[in-house]
Design a protein around this ligand. Sequence first.
Ligand code: SF4
Length: 282
Amino acid sequence: MTGALDKYGISRLNVTHLSQQFWCERQVALSLEHPREETEEMAAGTEIHRELMLEIVKEVSAETTTIEDEIYLMMLNLRTGLEQLVSEGKTRELRVFGRAGEFPLSGIIDELSLNDGQLTILDHKTRTKPSLPPPPTFATAEIQVMLYRKLLDDLRFGRYTPDQFFTDRRLPDLGDISPGMKDQLEAQGLYEKLTPAELTVEVFSAFRKLPAISDYLIVRYLHRDSGSHIGDKVVLHDPAALDKKLSHALKFWTGEREATTVKSRERWKCNYCEYRGVHCPL
Ligand code: SF4
């Protein structure tokens, strides 16, 4: 592990870590030091995401007891999602992996669809107010969807490989799944004579067959209570802007600088922060 990852005892970053840095970096650091309890709003958001996923995705579930079982299950669901995308034109909750600088990075794309031969990335956000968010709130969503596009494109072009995935997850000698996992998969008619490593290679090959990704990335806002559609915002992918923002963000994770607080003109954000006056003096 490196820099701040060591300090916070995490082995990789996720897209939310990086995108939330553009809301408040200190808040990201504090959420790792003092994990938040799930609020009603978070639980409602998670529930809406799950309902949306189950509308179209047939999730494979099984009890896992080893890391091999976990990787196998993850890859099985990923393969199903990629097959669904190609055959039906849409899938939801698709996991993507890669790196940001030297750091392993992963994320879950809410929705991917095929439109006019191109892939469209869509992220769902829930809001308590039935209106679109103001620009400062939107900045994190912008980074988030651009990061999804970067990760997916790196997989499409083979810039992130199964070997890098095994290295990043510290899985040099991945064995086979447990007998219990095999029994569960057999009972569901899903067992195949493939090791977790072989299945991973198969999934990475499936990523490489995906068509080009649209530069127009969609953020869809849904009303938290009713689930109704408030509206969409479209982000035009800008790789140069993303690189610049990433290079700034990663300096915190490498330990080159401390976490910054919000700028003085954005102090209003602190009114919504549970760490204010408790762990953060602002
Ligand atoms: S109180 Fe303000 S500066 Fe401190 S962590 Fe929360 S949002 Fe960031």
